[in-house]
Design a protein around this ligand. Sequence first.
Ligand SMILES: C[S@@+](CC[C@H](N)C(=O)[O-])C[C@H]1O[C@@H](n2cnc3c(N)ncnc32)[C@H](O)[C@@H]1O
Length: 197
Amino acid sequence: MKLSQARKDYYRKLAKNEGYRSRSAYKLKQLNISYHIFKPWNKVVDLGCAPGGWLQVLEEEIGNRGKVIGVDQKEVYPLKFATILRGSIEDPSIVEQIKKILNGPADVILSDLSPNISGMWDVDHARQISLTRTAMSVVEKLLRKGGSAIFKVFEGQMLKQLKDDLAVNFKSVYYSKPDASRRESSELYIICLNFRV
Ligand SMILES: C[S@@+](CC[C@H](N)C(=O)[O-])C[C@H]1O[C@@H](n2cnc3c(N)ncnc32)[C@H](O)[C@@H]1O
């Protein structure tokens, strides 16, 4: 068995044993260990949250001390504390609903958004960058000054421009590839700290 497949299986089994809905939960845990993103009183928005692995991690970190809001086009089975909205982040009325529930600016906004994968690499890259740019516009509307954001992205020719654009809005911007993300996948995360407004 290839090492990459073994790692994938390892996190899949771990998620099953520990009761997480996705192995993605470990990506967020690892990013939080590296960058100390969450505080218990935070208001956090999770864009592209289905099936809810990241929301489970947010419930552990924040619970009902702050606020956790998840958004996805797909149905997400309810969790204890998180508010879950079903719809597209490309729909302005969804952004209005998030705003109402937040009742003030968000401290952290996460995007693990992925389009349906066509298998055509350029098409998938362009679609994912476009989704991320929509997530950026949501961040510009909802994040507080000094707040943080994480965006999932895929390597490709449009990535550098995206990172440069994020660097205009945030004081610190880093690429990060958590161990739970498959080595052979072009997926990585952009960690954005200290929003300038
Ligand atoms: C990789 S999954 C997220 C996994 C999640 N972080 C977890 O831990 O369970 C990506 C999600 O993005 C969602 N998505 C893609 N485009 C979207 C859009 N325009 N609006 C809302 N959700 C979207 C998909 O439905 C999918 O559930």
